[in-house]
Write a protein that binds this ligand. Structure first.
Ligand SMILES: Cc1ncc(COP(=O)(O)O)c(C=O)c1O
Length: 418
C-alpha cells in the first residue's frame, strides 16, 4: 500500500527519522577506548528520565519482560513472598514471571478497567506483621486496559503500613510519556523497554534500581546469569558491558535522550495528555466507552475502546489494518474481541492522531457500528483548537519582508483569523 502505515499500537511507537539516522551506522568495537564516551553519558542521562539521583540505571539487550526478571531475580530468593496487584494482562504476566522464579505471590485482583488499590495494599501489608512480604508489584500503566495507577499513593500505602517491602513498578508504557518520579515515589525497581516512550525499536530493556534494592543483591538467591546486575555494574563502571551490546540501539538511545531533553519531560507529558484528551473526546462522540471505568483511571498513552455487544473488536482491527493500513492494538486475554486499543504515545502530533481517528471511523462503520462520519474527528479537532498554544511571533517579524506580508492577508493569516 502506498504511503506510510499508520502505527497506532501502544508500542512499538513511531521512530523519529533522527533516531533512524543515528542508528544507521557501521558496527564498531564495543571494547574500544572510545566506547565509554557513548555509554557513560547514556547511563547518567537515563537517571534524569527515571527522575532518580540516588538510584542507578541499567541498559540490557532485552525487552521489558527481561527487566521484570532482572528486577526480581537480583533482589529476591525462591520462596520469598511478594504482593502483586493484577488488573490487566501485563500485570498477569509480571506475576507469572515472579512465580516462575519461585516466588510466592499474593495476588490482589482488581476489576480490569481499574488499577492498583492503595488501601487494599496497605491492609495486606499491615496484616503481615512479620514482614514476610518482600516486595509489592504494580503496573504503572496497564497497556492492556488503558489504565494508569497512582504510584505515589501506593508508596504512601506502604509507608502508612510501616512495611519494608520493596516497590517494583512496571512502567513499560508509562516512562517518558507520563509523569514518573522514581525517587519522590520511593520506587525501588522501575522497569521499562525501548519501544514505547523512548521511540526506539524494541531491543533494550531499561531498569532503574534504588540503592536499597541494589543492596539486596548479596542475599538474593534467585538464579541469574544474563541479568546479573553485579556483572553489569562491574562492566558499566568502566563504560562497558559484560557482553556484546546492541551498538545501533545505543546510538539510537543517545539520540532519543537528546530529543527528550530538547522537548522537555514536562512538555512531553503535557503533549501526551492533550492528545489523549482529544482521543477521549472522539470516543465519547462515537458514543463508545473506554475500558477504564472512571476518567481518573484513563491512560494518556493508550485508550482501550470497548465495542458494542455483538461486534467483534478483532474485526475492527482487521479491517483497519487490511483496508486502511492503520495498525490498532488488539484486546488481550479476557479482553480479546471486546475492545480495540489506540496507542497515542511517542513521536506523535495532532494531525497524525486525527488521521488515525478518521481511520477508526471508517473501520467502525465497516464492521457495522453506526457512528456519524467526522463526529470523533470533529470532537478531537474542537479540543485541539480550544487548547492550542498561542502562536509565537514568527522569526524575523520586524523584517521588511514580514511587513509586506502583514499588509496583505495571506492564506496563512486568514486561516488563523477564521
Ligand atoms: C505494561 C507492559 N509491561 C510489560 C510489557 C512487556 O514488554 P516487552 O514486550 O518489551 O517484553 C509490555 C509490552 O507491551 C507492557 O505494555
Amino acid at each position: 500500500m502506498p504511503g506510510r502505515n499508520a502505527l497506532f499500537v501502544p508500542g512499538p511507537t513511531n521512530t523519529p527519522d533522527r533516531i533512524l539516522r543515528a542508528m544507521h551506522r557501521a558496527m564498531e568495537d564495543h571494547r574500544s577506548s572510545s566506547f565509554p564516551s557513548l555509554t557513560r553519558p547514556i547511563l547518567s542521562d537515563l537517571r534524569r528520565v527515571f527522575r532518580t539521583e540516588e538510584g542507578q540505571c541499567f541498559v540490557f539487550p532485552a525487552t521489558g519482560t527481561g527487566m521484570w526478571e532482572a528486577a526480581l531475580a537480583n533482589t529476591l530468593s525462591p520462596g520469598d513472598r511478594v504482593l502483586a496487584s493484577r488488573y490487566g494482562q501485563f500485570g498477569h504476566l509480571f506475576i507469572d514471571c515472579a512465580q516462575r522464579l519461585g516466588l510466592r505471590v499474593d495476588v490482589q485482583d482488581e476489576e480490569w478497567g481499574t488499577g492498583a488499590n492503595p488501601q487494599r495494599i496497605e491492609d495486606a501489608l499491615r496484616a503481615d506483621a512479620n514482614h514476610e512480604i518482600k516486595g509489592v508489584l504494580v503496573v504503572h500503566n496497564e497497556t492492556a486496559t488503558g489504565v494508569t495507577s497512582d504510584i505515589a499513593a501506593v508508596r504512601r500505602a506502604i509507608d502508612a503500613a510501616h512495611h519494608p517491602a520493596l516497590l517494583y513498578v512496571d512502567t513499560v508504557s508509562g516512562l517518558v510519556s507520563l509523569p514518573f518520579e522514581m525517587d519522590a515515589w520511593g520506587v525501588d525497581a522501575a522497569i521499562t523497554g525501548s519501544q514505547k516512550g523512548f521511540m526506539l525499536p524494541a531491543g533494550l530493556g531499561l531498569l532503574g534500581m534504588s540503592r536499597r534494592a541494589l543492596a539486596k543483591r548479596e542475599s538474593a538467591r534467585c538464579a541469574r546469569v544474563f541479568f546479573d546486575l553485579g556483572d553489569m555494574m562491574t562492566a558499566n563502571a568502566g563504560g562497558y558491558f559484560p557482553y556484546t551490546p546492541s551498538v545501533p540501539l545505543l546510538y539510537g538511545l543517545r539520540e532519543s535522550l537528546d530529543i527528550i531533553f530538547e522537548e522537555g519531560l514536562d512538555a512531553i507529558h503535557a503533549r501526551h495528555h492533550r492528545l489523549a484528551e482529544g482521543c477521549r473526546a472522539a470516543v465519547r462522540a462515537w458514543g463508545l466507552s473506554l475500558c477504564a471505568t472512571e476518567p481518573t483511571w484513563a491512560s494518556d498513552t493508550v485508550s482501550a475502546v470497548m465495542v458494542p455487544p455483538g461486534i467483534d473488536g478483532a474485526a475492527v482491527i482487521d479491517v483497519a489494518y487490511r483496508r486502511y493500513d492503520l495498525a490498532l492494538g488488539a484486546g488481550l486475554s479476557r479482553m480479546a474481541g471486546k475492545l480495540f486499543r489506540i496507542g497515542h504515545l511517542g513521536d506523535l502530533n495532532e494531525l497524525m492522531l486525527l488521521g488515525a481517528l478518521a481511520g477508526v471511523e471508517l473501520a467502525l462503520r465497516d464492521v457495522g457500528i453506526p457512528i456519524t462520519f467526522g463526529s470523533g474527528v470533529a470532537a478531537a479537532q474542537d479540543w485541539f483548537r480550544a487548547t492550542a498554544a498561542p502562536l509565537a511571533p514568527r522569526d524575523g517579524a520586524g523584517s521588511p519582508d514580514a511587513q509586506t506580508r502583514a499588509a496583505s492577508p495571506s492564506r496563512e493569516r486568514m486561516a488563523v483569523v477564521r
